[in-house]
Unconditional design. Sequence first.
Length: 399
Amino acid sequence: MKTKTISVLTALLLLLGGVTAQQGSSPDLNAVMINSDPVPLQSGEDAEITFKVWNDGSGTAEDVEVSVVDNFPFQLKPDRKRTYSIGDLGPGENVQLPTAQILVDEEASDGPNEFEIRLDTRYSSQTESFPVQVQSQDIKLNLANLKTSPAKLKPDMENARLTIETVNNGEKTAENVVINTDLPEGFEETSSFSTRQALGNMAAGQVKTAEFSFDVEDSAEKGNADIPANITYSTSDSDTRITENADFSFHLAGRPQFEVTDVESELRTGGTGEVKLTVTNTGQEKASSTRVRVLDSSDQPFSYDSASKYVGTLDPGQNGSAVFDVTVESGASVKDYLIDFEIRGVKDTETYVESTTAQVPVAGGEESSGPPVVPIAAVLVIAAGGFILRKRIISLIAR
């Protein structure tokens, strides 16, 4: 009898141990949306939802089946497959399901709505859901009539402005409308209004203008500038904000840009020498009739034979030279001087002007290598002495 009791207890302990082990390594199935088409889904329209299921537990989920559940406002389209057999799903494993083709009810509310699926395994059944963004057809916001000031934007421009109209083509008021943008590389924000504009409420058919201000850096490249943007708003029947993508683009024109890339100087105090500037067109457009002008300063010890030198046509990346003949005052200091220059080039009918400063060294004047110069007074003294000596010699001979 005692032996039988021990056997029963042992069996119970083994059973409990198995249950405990099974509980300690149980599966945990979850679902998440990968994408939807369109974004957001439109009420009263067809849509597609792609999602995946993964096992976040420590045990294997056996004989997994995934089914799309009709749950307002989503309904699987007729004749579409509803249930998929996945098989076993181990710990950390996931599987992407074929795209579910659904209908969105006309009465769907704006904002996130729960899309449901059922997960069945050998030992359990559960329902999982995830939010899917829906937009009512009663509100339809669009961007239109993009304009820039100046009309042709180019690199190296300050205080440029972009205006764009927002139109509510729907039948319902969009509340607290905000346009958000991201400036691409080569554009710099000048204020909080560079990337965000709040338009307030927009009734059906209403049009409002948003304005963005920014600087165009000299490194900006010509071509299409793509501006990522979105419109967010809310509705009277929901506190949830709805986000719509509204990317746009405009053309950035090129222009000539100039840089002094080399300076050669032969200047010495008290003499005349040359200053040679190498000018490079660092822009993206050709410059014709390029000239370099020195901005003469009265507080510097220089005078120029000509203050302006012609360089000619410079293609993008091409160099040109401007050589100035400069006379340096004899009392000038031996040092590096900062001289201001102005570079002008023409593209079509527009003249582009850039100012730059070059560092020009002045060396000390050379000493003469010829025979020593005798002062004039000394020459006169020697000449007078010679004359007197000659006269005395003649007088002695005469005696």
